[in-house]
Design a protein around this ligand. Structure first.
Ligand SMILES: *[C@@H]1O[C@H](CO)[C@@H](O)[C@H](O)[C@H]1NC(C)=O
Ligand SMILES: *[C@@H]1O[C@H](CO)[C@@H](O)[C@H](O)[C@H]1NC(C)=O
Ligand SMILES: *[C@@H]1O[C@H](CO)[C@@H](O)[C@H](O)[C@H]1NC(C)=O
Length: 175
């Protein structure tokens, strides 16, 4: 891993709290490419987009690392938008737009960006954030509902939902 890549805001499940949040500035789950009318293309690189997705998938697969990216309450109240990781000119942001504490697998986070890594079909890539190409974009995390990890107690007992996290690929404003 290169030293320039950092992983932020990995909150331990232990700090999760019950209860509801409010987001007065929600955003839709549908994909918005920043090449769409009215948006600003971010001019990021496909190489970096593939890198951050691959890194997040790898990170979640490592023994001892959390398998989930978590936005607990009250930390993520009021539409918190956190930097997940960065590489070069590319920033990966996560925004909580729902009213509940949310948690998703790093696999779903990575797949939302690159459509499934080296196994992704052209159709899966086209439908993922990388399908927005160098413009970047945003969309709700595509949750793999059949993943047995979402059957763990923290999901079935309502401590966390896997809904309500929007991922954005934007340009580092400093480069
Ligand atoms: C990307 O490039 C376009 C065309 O030069 C420019 O209009 C736009 O502001 C750039 N985006 C960013 C985030 O710098
Ligand atoms: C979803 O999860 C199931 C069970 O782990 C797995 O077999 C399948 O490949 C996953 N699908 C995707 C698109 O990752
Ligand atoms: C839900 O399950 C999680 C994980 O086992 C646990 O930490 C939490 O206390 C449980 N909450 C309730 C309300 O049962």
């Amino acid at each position: 891993m290169t030293p320039s890549l950092k992983l932020f805001a990995l909150s331990a499940l232990a700090f999760a709290s019950q209860g509801s949040a409010f987001c007065f500035g929600p955003e839709p789950a549908r994909r918005i490419c920043y090449s769409d009318p009215g948006a600003t293309p971010q001019n990021i690189t496909l190489q970096e987009i593939n890198y951050v997705a691959g890194y997040l998938r790898f990170y979640g697969s490592q023994k001892g690392n959390p398998q989930f990216y978590t936005m607990p309450l009250p930390d993520a109240d009021n539409c918190a938008e956190w930097q997940v990781t960065t590489k070069g000119s590319t920033w990966v942001m996560a925004k909580l737009v729902g009213d509940d504490a949310a948690s998703i697998t790093f696999d779903d986070l990575a797949n939302t960006i690159d459509g499934g890594g080296s196994k992704a079909t052209p159709e899966q890539k086209a439908a993922a954030l990388i399908g927005c190409n160098t413009a970047g974009g945003q969309m709700g995390v595509v949750v793999n509902a059949t993943d047995p990890r979402y059957q763990q107690p923290q999901f079935t007992n309502g401590t966390f939902t896997n809904q309500g996290i929007i991922i954005k690929l934007v340009r580092n404003p400093d480069v």
